[in-house]
Ligand binder design. Structure first.
Ligand code: PMP
Length: 360
């Protein structure tokens, strides 16, 4: 990248997140590339957000008091255990700022959410990226007593594979002097007992990160949160109040309260995604695809008769957007496909079938 002569020297090596191609003319495409929900936000979320718009002349509540109280109640923790962020990306940024630098290093898998690398580079953090094993599983030994700040996405992206809470506890208990962040962006699509939130008062080094962008249909509202021991939340809040005190706008705070109150809508949407995921997995299996056992709202699939790039290109020609990662090499034959509505997934499966027939 090149910058002007005015650009801060300490940022000359940054590698910004590449969002190219994520925002195209939406009407033309079935959008299965960024793990959003295919469903609109809850009607209650929309109603509350619209009501909040009338007060946009006033600053938003910097502590998100009402929302934090609701979230704490729904997670069965205390309000002092929660901090809201402008998307979970902002929470991850706060965690890097608070708990990593050139001497306190970071660790995250070679194949995981690519924003970790962006943040590590931005903050000048010394980081390692241990390889996933041949089946794309995390090798736990890489995180046991590793003396780094560890970031584990659970279920991981783009593989969808879930680590057990026993494994997470082994990482936590072996690293009492280091923070362990468990990024649960996709946890609502896994079994209901999989979340590490219940461990935050047992381990004072644990931060659980969640988002309203996926299961709660609020990606455009930008809301994520950290759940952790009150002392860790205090550290993160100090960073938040130094960078972006009013980080969550009033409409988003209101929308999120509506989304939390509308539990039936949430439960129903999760069930619809799980049904569409099961349909997609079965259909692709019968077409000869290899797949990981994804517990998320996406699947990770490859076929020996067609490259990941070709499949991506041919789907795009049919106005279906999926995600293809060229690097590292061992995943370049795979595509990551967000689970949309059942009708989206039927169109997707038919398209894949046509592409395979044509290339036979
Ligand atoms: N973590 C993971 C693993 C993700 O895939 C994403 C979304 N791409 C995020 C965090 C950030 O999501 P948001 O900022 O929308 O909460």
């Amino acid at each position: 990248m090149s910058f002007t002569k005015f650009f801060n020297k300490k940022y000359l090596n940054i590698a910004p997140y590449d969002t190219a191609g994520e925002h195209l003319e939406l009407e033309r495409f079935i959008k299965l590339n960024t793990n959003e929900s295919p469903f609109a936000p809850s009607p209650l979320a929309i109603e509350y957000a619209a009501r909040a718009a009338a007060n946009l002349n006033l600053y938003s509540d910097p502590d998100c008091t009402q929302l934090v109280n609701k979230l704490a109640a729904s997670l069965e923790v205390e309000p002092e255990n929660i901090l809201c962020g402008n998307g979970s990306d902002e929470i991850l940024n706060f965690i890097f700022a608070a708990f990593c630098d050139e001497t306190q290093g970071a660790a995250f898998p070679d194949i995981t959410y690519s924003f970790y690398k962006v943040l590590a580079e931005f903050h000048g953090v010394n980081y390692v990226t241990p390889e996933l094993d041949a089946e794309f599983k995390i090798n736990l030994d890489d995180y046991i007593y590793n003396r780094r700040t560890s970031f584990i996405v659970n279920p991981n992206a783009p593989t969808g594979l879930l680590l057990s809470l026993d494994d997470i506890e082994r990482v936590l208990s072996s690293n009492p002097d280091n923070v362990v962040a468990i990024d649960e962006a996709y946890i609502d699509f896994a079994d209901s007992s999989a979340s590490a939130v219940k461990l935050i008062n047992k381990y004072n080094n644990l931060i659980v990160v969640q988002t309203f962008s996926k299961s709660r249909s609020l990606a455009g509202g930008r809301l994520g949160f950290a759940a952790a021991h009150a002392d860790l939340i205090r550290d993160l809040k100090a960073i938040k109040n130094s960078l972006a005190p009013y980080n969550i706008n009033s409409m988003t705070q209101a929308a999120a309260i509506g989304a939390l109150e509308d539990k039936n809508y949430f439960d129903n949407n999760i069930n619809l995604i799980k049904e569409a995921r099961a349909f997609t997995v079965e259909s692709l299996k019968s077409l000869g695809f290899n797949m990981t056992n994804s517990q998320a709202n996406f699947i990770f699939a490859g076929h020996e008769k067609i490259s990941g790039q070709k499949l991506f290109d041919e789907l795009r020609a049919k106005n279906i957007l999926v995600r293809h990662f060229a690097k590292p090499d061992r995943i370049n034959n795979f595509i990551r496909v967000t689970i949309g509505s059942m009708s989206d997934m039927k169109i997707f499966v038919n398209a894949v079938q046509e592409i395979l027939n044509k290339n036979d």
